[in-house]
Design a binder for this molecule. Structure first.
Ligand SMILES: [Zn+2]
Ligand SMILES: [Zn+2]
Length: 227
């Protein structure tokens, strides 16, 4: 069925621009799914995406849920979404994660928390793509959503930085929005932090530290793509 919106903004494949859908069949076939879950710390294969015992730590991520590689059409989709919210593309990204979720052994009673943008950046961009992803995923999985983190330092982009530089760049960049209030609700809570891309893990690792120090029981990461 053609809606008025389709007439104004016809659906075109994000990668090859073919008319008809946001991700055509042949581009969908190019998506490289993560066949075997990996450990968020060393990124080597790990059962159910759980952090290896030797890689784990009190304030580290407990596991990682990630759908596919940050390549081809998915890279294009995520970059488009980042700079201009294109109607319905987030549905494709959410469906990708939803289709792979069975591979991961995470706590079922988790709530989803987006990786925050600095307020200035959010104002400039008009939205936080991680927040929209987390909200849509929470609705999809019928779990809670809580936008309880803030970015207190305006960090420079992580793109082009080495693993160590990324860690340094993002250090102490995050905080709990309402320390007293949120810490009370965080106590004993299982959390999944949501972002579009997982690269070195520096950003989500830093979020995990803040959330665990505030009392979270476990913190997993969830991303559409592994960079
Ligand atoms: Zn295509
Ligand atoms: Zn590991």
């Amino acid at each position: 069925m053609t809606s008025l919106l389709n007439l104004i903004f016809p659906e075109r494949c994000i990668d090859c621009h073919k008319l008809g859908s946001y991700l055509c069949k042949s581009c969908f076939e190019k998506v490289e799914f993560i066949e075997k879950p990996v450990c968020p710390v060393c990124q080597r294969q790990a059962i159910g995406g759980k952090t290896h015992p030797g890689c784990s730590g009190k304030y580290k991520l407990d596991g990682l849920i990630v759908a596919c590689r940050y390549r081809g059409p998915i890279r294009v989709a995520i970059q488009k979404v980042k700079y201009k919210w294109v109607w319905d593309i987030e549905k494709i990204l959410v469906d990708l994660v939803a289709g792979q979720i069975w591979k991961f052994d995470f706590p079922q009673d988790s709530i989803l928390v987006p990786v925050p943008l600095h307020i200035k950046r959010k104002r400039w961009r008009g939205f936080n793509q991680s927040e929209i992803l987390a909200k849509t995923l929470a609705k999809n999985f019928k779990v809670g959503f809580a936008d309880i983190m803030i970015r207190i330092i305006e960090t420079k982009t992580q793109v082009g930085l080495t693993r160590d530089e990324r860690k340094k760049n993002i250090k102490d960049a995050f905080s709990i929005r309402h320390p007293e209030l949120d810490s009370r609700s965080l106590r004993g809570q299982n959390i999944i932090i949501v972002d579009d891309v997982y690269t070195s893990g520096a950003t989500m690792g830093e979020c995990a530290k803040v959330l665990k120090k505030a009392g979270a029981k476990s913190v997993w990461g969830m991303a559409v793509a592994l960079g």
